[in-house]
Design a protein around this ligand. Structure first.
Ligand code: SAM
Length: 208
């Protein structure tokens, strides 16, 4: 996976490539999908949600470039795969998920892998995690129609927010940085994520 899907498609950070090689993606999937763990795409994880394509996980991680001890907020724990990659890189990860069943399963995986720098929370991650802010990095793994203001407010100087922005069909990855003169943004290509369900995102029945 590392050689054929990541290193030749823009993932050049050796620490990120090593983390992607270390975390067993099959542990983050329902057992009947384990054989497909290293295929080049997203996969269902139950409750109508998905584990992201490995390339997207690697590119979003590389965009954050977390260093040991960095405080990183993740919105959308899902299977916990992205969380595990960030924790393996030495980040202190604060991860928020709105669906209790997914969060319980992810917590069990973190225990099995011996990852101890992860704190979890059930709730709406679009509000961030004010009690644990500020963050060096914020990664949103669900698509939003715009940037939820609490997230930029909880970004520390020099920090980066990576978030898919768009509608339910077409989205682009945005990398937002808090620099000396305020926020700057850069676009990093098209993506397709499940919706961020929140009063600051999409409603649960977005077609209504
Ligand atoms: N990072 C995950 C992984 O590695 O498996 C993939 C996450 S999945 C694409 C998006 C997740 O965001 C889903 O688990 C979904 O329940 C969650 N989600 C959606 N809206 C949310 C919200 N407002 N707060 C927290 N989690 C949310």
């Amino acid at each position: 996976m590392v050689a054929s899907q990541l290193a030749n498609r823009g993932v050049h950070d050796r620490r990120v490539l090593a983390a992607m090689a270390w975390v067993p993606r099959e542990w983050f999937l329902p057992p009947h999908l384990a054989a497909e763990a290293y295929e080049d795409g997203p996969l269902p994880i139950g409750s109508g949600q998905t584990i992201s394509q490995p390339l997207i996980v690697a590119l979003m991680t590389q965009a954050l470039t977390p260093r040991r001890g960095d405080r990183v907020l993740e919105v959308g724990t899902g299977s916990g795969y992205q969380t595990a990659i960030l924790a393996h890189l030495g980040a202190r990860v604060f991860t928020v998920e709105r669906l209790p069943d997914l969060l319980v399963e992810a917590e069990e995986r973190f225990r099995r892998l011996g990852l101890r720098t992860i704190e979890t929370r059930l709730g709406d991650g679009a509000s961030g995690w004010p009690e644990r802010a500020p963050f060096r990095g914020i990664i949103v793994t669900a698509a939003a129609p715009g940037v939820p203001p609490p997230l930029t407010e909880q970004l520390m100087p020099g920090g980066r927010l990576v978030i898919p922005i768009g509608d339910l069909v077409t989205q682009e990855l945005f990398i937002i940085e808090r620099g000396a003169s305020g926020l700057t943004e850069r676009r990093a290509g098209g993506v397709r994520f499940v919706p961020l369900i929140s009063r600051l995102g999409f409603s649960e029945e977005p077609w209504l």
